[in-house]
Design a binder for this molecule. Structure first.
Ligand code: GDP
Ligand code: MG
Length: 254
């Protein structure tokens, strides 16, 4: 089916190896209804790691392209390998996309490949979103990772979501743009449930929003989107040559 060019978004999923790009890719396909069952890397059942070698090693070796429709846009999503030996496919994906999602491990923070790929995306002036993954793991810390991102990439890295809970008690996210909270409610599609912002997190959410005041500016790019299970639009390519603002979101793909 023909899709008008302004309705197409080309997005590369990039980052260090083992940060959860393939798992996030699978979760996005599932959430968008492109697959009826969410596969997993340990089971060798993901759409993007379909090669026998990838299944055996439980790691991506080459880039994998999938497409789905989300909010009347056709999204072409490229899952890329984070392993340095196969970085050519990640660099190639950045070359053909207008936006990139950087997936980070909330325990490890900014890793070597994150920095290298970030530099390349900056050279290409791509729209960039940072997805802090693995927040359910022991010693994961969203705010420490956010500080590390600011130190590495500049103070304009801002949070658009903050997590509710930490490590094995993580239970949802607060969307700082709409000031709404969502709780994970099972693993079925669309299962995030809106809930009042927990009182103990309200002050922190308001402080984070104040720091991210650009999100409410009329000059800011279109709203951010989140990889959690709720509907949201994708960033679009800006016509000006100025660098794009980077955005950070918290969430867990599993
Ligand atoms: N605990 C936890 N494990 C995850 C998460 N996301 C991915 N994983 C696991 O981490 C491993 C690496 O994930 P994968 O998607 O292959 O990472 P990639 O190399 O970046 O594509 C796999 O065993 C996944 O099941 C997460 O949010 N939390
Ligand atoms: Mg992978």
């Amino acid at each position: 089916m023909h899709t008008a060019a302004d309705r197409i978004r080309n997005v590369a999923l990039v980052g260090h190896r083992g940060t959860g790009k393939t798992s996030l890719h699978e979760a996005l396909l599932f959430e968008a209804g492109a697959v009826s069952r969410m596969g997993s890397v340990p089971d060798g059942t993901t759409v993007s790691d379909s090669d026998p070698d990838e299944k055996a090693r439980q790691t991506s070796i080459s880039a994998a392209l999938t497409s789905f429709t989300w909010m009347e846009r056709k999204v072409n999503l490229i899952d890329t390998p984070g392993e340095p030996s196969f970085v050519a496919d990640a660099l190639g994906a950045l070359r053909v996309c207008e936006s990139a999602i950087f997936v980070l491990n909330g325990v490890m923070g900014v890793e070597v490949s994150t920095t290298r790929l970030w530099q390349r995306a900056a050279e290409l002036d791509l729209a960039r979103l940072l997805f802090v993954n693995m927040l359910d793991r022991e010693r994961a810390d969203f705010f420490r990772t956010l500080d590390a991102l600011k130190a590495a990439f500049g103070a304009h890295v801002v949070a658009t979501e903050i997590p509710i809970g930490a490590e094995h008690e993580i239970s949802g996210v607060i969307d700082l743009i709409d000031m709404k909270a969502y709780l994970y409610d099972g693993f079925s599609r669309g299962s995030a449930r809106e809930t009042p912002i927990p009182e103990e997190l309200r002050a922190q959410a308001e402080e984070s929003t104040a720091r991210s005041s650009w999100t409410r500016s009329p000059r800011a790019p279109t709203r951010s989107w989140s990889a959690t299970s709720r509907a949201s639009p994708y960033p679009t390519r800006r016509s000006s040559g100025r660098s794009r603002r980077a955005r950070t979101t918290g969430g867990c793909s599993r």
